[in-house]
Design a protein around this ligand. Sequence first.
Ligand code: 2M8
Length: 457
Amino acid sequence: MSAGGAEGPGADTERLWRLAVATLDGNWEHDHTVPSRTLYPHQWSWDSAFIAVGLAHVRPDRAWRELESLFRAQWADGRVPHIVFNPRLPVGAYFPGPEFWASDRADGAPAAATSGLVQPPVHALTAWLAYRRAPSDAARAALARLYPRLVAQQRYLATRRDVGGGGLACVVHPWESGLDNSPAWDGPMAAVPADVAVMRAYRRHDTRHAPAAHRPTDLDYARYVAIVAGYRDGGYRDDDLGRRHPFLVECPLFNAAAGAAEHALARIAPLVGADPGPHRERAAGITEALVRRLYDPRTGTFRPRDLRTGRLVPARTVLGLAPLILPDLPAPQVAAVVTEACSARFGVARQMDRPLPSYDRTAPDFEPLRYWRGPSWMNINWLVRRGLLAHGRADLADGLRRSMLGLVAGAGCHEYFHPDTGAGLGSPAFGWTAALVLDLLAREPAPAGAAGGRPAV
Ligand code: 2M8
């Protein structure tokens, strides 16, 4: 394939660009972009953040509408819900739907029906990138409106969610990690009491649109539902979670995103008349806490910590590479993570056939078809590529970029991809895949006032 390859942009680039724009346009829904018309027809939190990065290249006004519509559904405590439900859709358009979450019964919930969970806080980073891509008075005004909401999002995580007391936020559900059925959650999930028979009372929506063999199992879903039900029945309150909540994990990707958010807020603050100093201090604190609490010097990797057992989880997943996005990650950890990324487990190289898988390729339970247990995903690859660039590894970042573009050139804007064959899996017209392809194809930031961002062909 030639899309963005060493041979330079060509017809493939033009074709990919058009496909990506058409995918984003096709998924646009009055004030946001759905991840997928079939599988995920509402608004998802970190999807909207990644999507805004792509929209900034082609429809900058929509990039800001995307983020602002999401933050309109922010709760009074600062949490940004992981799903904002579209009231125009019929009951059963997604499971679990608004009737299950019952956000209208919770204190501090917004007028819109939402979930009560969050997702990795990549929004400040992507707002900063969207602004840098297409700076304008309108973009600066949008940033000024978003800034206090982004700060409140961070405050919620840093205060209500620091259940371990060590300066990191914990996730209270695998859905909050974004990597729903990652092998990283197998241990913590095994401790969640659930009976698979409860699923007889529900109708799963996902397996109507994707093969069951690609999706989390019914037992996974029984546990997902049980964790939500407990949290919901406690009014989605976070006090005393350590005593009563069955799933509490500190995730390296989630916290790396929180650290990157403080770095981004430090860049945004002067533009909106705020002080960048506190953001720099908080960023340094998160990086220090990540290294202290989640870095395992024995294996040279970052791993999630299960707060119920106090132990790091054994699985080596792509989550462990995410701290690379922190510009202040200390050199020994940078070297270790790059070594892990370049190992046979993940296969990063200057010349690589396929992007990163979501899980260690050499693990006996690696599953190339099942969701976050093996397949390659564009958003994670995009984050790791940014991390490689931040730490002076443009050679590896370029290998990753070409492998990502090759995947989409071969299979289209799928949700995820077979990590060996490159076959497209899941939804065939997926929002963040399209958006991040645009970002990979576009040149690095457009000069202030430049229009478009479309690559030369
Ligand atoms: C997937 O998660 C949802 C639940 O939030 C699902 O499986 O139904 C994950 O891939 C998540 O990371 C993503 O944000 C969401 C929508 O694309 O789908």
